[in-house]
Design a protein around this ligand. Structure first.
Ligand code: HAM
Length: 415
């Protein structure tokens, strides 16, 4: 036994869990491709600026959750805490701004130094979709229905969609001023963390979980009262379309999202089956991000889903491949076993050659590991006659068969 261990909040993904991740990613990708997405892979590491400029220096993620380090070339690098800023960087640096609009799907590991708990890890995985170069309200609706469709395709039903609008830049500026004035008048009643946020990002005080802030927040000015007519009209179009498409939703004026890049529509899909960390997918419009990163103004909207959280509410059994076990009894039959395995794979039959001392032990271990239905035993007699003992492990039966007979049975089985 070793005394090495994995890093706190970073988990190994074993066997059935790996199958689940594969299934969730495939399902999400299929739905994204049905809407015209292409897949993109961006590096796991970026220059720290990509995130500090994009997400905002005072967002929780940049302020305290990033894994940043100085590499030997004295560059500050960061393990990506999310996909959006890296994808926008890729659009800008690959000249893709000339190919807009683009619909992009990505998935993979992301890193945040949060306190681990159920549904919250330091390395976790996201599926992520971005529609870049889209400014019409229909793209907000398409993004939201895509997230909804992914949940439905995974047979996840016990969730609600909460939606809000942060308004346009002008609406937010006016609102932030009103909010700062209000909280400044009651500064001494605010929690310590909210007092800091008052100077950096007063909107974040609205989703504070601190006792002392909650009653103050109740009487705080409402963002809705500061929408410009245009922002109000935009949000109404989104809500009306969701109604027409029969996508259940509730407007939650307290959803502000933690990242600076959002404007207009923001939304969260929240599970009713999880505890404190119950947001399955979340996203919104981020029309200002390209400019923050040095590009020209580019409207965009997207979302990400936490794969670990989706796994927690995904309860279906995933069919796994159960290979046929091929057991040569002595050393002499090993090559014959390898040749047989080759033929199986050419015929698309999954198999695994298993060797060891005791046939019974090999068989038991292989059955436990693979849940195989068939084992093939090759002893001296069988090899001499080019025959095989085919064991049906479910029915405890066996028969002596030649290659063609065996292929026929196994191919029928895998249909
Ligand atoms: P986010 O809300 O920070 O948004 O994360 C999206 C999802 O990732 C969350 O709803 C949750 O399911 C999952 N998640 C977040 N933190 C953790 C964690 N520590 N452990 C496990 N799961 C977690 C974004 O990342 C934005 N980039 C989404 C977006 C894309 N907005 C526009 N485009």
């Amino acid at each position: 036994m070793t005394n090495l261990r994995s890093v706190k909040g970073c988990k190994d993904v074993l066997f059935d869990s790996a199958l689940k991740i594969g299934h969730i990613v495939d399902t999400a990708k299929k739905q994204a491709f049905l809407r015209g997405c292409s897949e993109i892979f961006t590096p796991i590491m970026e220059y720290t600026e990509v995130f500090s400029r994009g997400l905002g220096d005072f967002s929780d993620i940049v302020h305290k959750e990033m894994y940043s380090f100085i590499d030997k070339g004295k560059h500050s690098l960061t393990l990506r805490p999310e996909f959006t800023a890296g994808i926008m960087r890729a659009v800008l640096t690959n000249g893709l701004q000339h190919s807009l609009p683009l619909k992009l799907f990505a998935w993979g590991p992301v890193f945040r130094r949060e306190n681990p708990q159920a549904g919250r890890q330091r390395q976790f995985h996201q599926i992520n979709v971005e529609f870049i170069g889209f400014k019409d309200y229909t793209s907000d609706v398409e993004i939201i229905t895509l997230a909804n469709e992914i949940l439905q395709s995974l047979d996840i039903t016990n969730y609600r969609l909460e939606i809000n609008s942060l308004g346009c830049n002008q609406s937010r500026k006016n609102y932030q001023k009103a909010l700062s004035d209000y909280f400044n008048d009651h500064k001494n009643l605010l929690s310590e963390i909210s007092q800091i946020r008052l100077d950096t990002n007063p909107l974040r005080i609205l989703d504070s979980k601190e006792e002392s802030d909650i009653s103050l927040v109740k009487n705080a000015p409402n963002l809705q009262d500061y929408y410009t007519n245009q922002a109000k009209e935009y949000f109404n179009q989104v809500l009306n379309a969701l109604k027409t498409l029969k996508i259940n939703h509730v407007v939650n004026p307290r959803i502000v999202r933690g990242l600076d890049y959002y404007s207009h529509t923001v939304f969260e899909f929240i599970s009713s089956d999880l505890g404190a960390q119950s947001t399955l997918m979340a996203g919104g419009r981020y029309d200002g991000l390209a400019e923050l990163m040095g590009g020209s103004p580019t409207p965009a909207i997207g979302f990400a889903g936490g794969i670990e959280r989706l796994m927690m509410v995904y309860n279906q059994q995933i069919d796994k491949i159960k290979p046929v076990i091929i057991i040569p009894i002595t050393d002499k039959e090993k090559q014959f076993a390898l040749q047989t395995a080759d033929i199986f794979r050419q015929n698309n039959i999954a198999c695994s050659v298993e060797t060891g001392n005791k046939m019974k032990d090999i068989m038991q271990k292989a059955v436990n590991k693979y849940e195989s239905k068939y084992a093939i035993i090759i002893g001296e007699d069988e090899a001499a006659k080019n025959m095989y003992t085919l064991k049906n492990l479910d029915e405890f039966s066996q028969s002596l068969v030649n290659l063609n007979q065996m292929l026929e049975i196994l191919k029928n089985e895998s249909k």
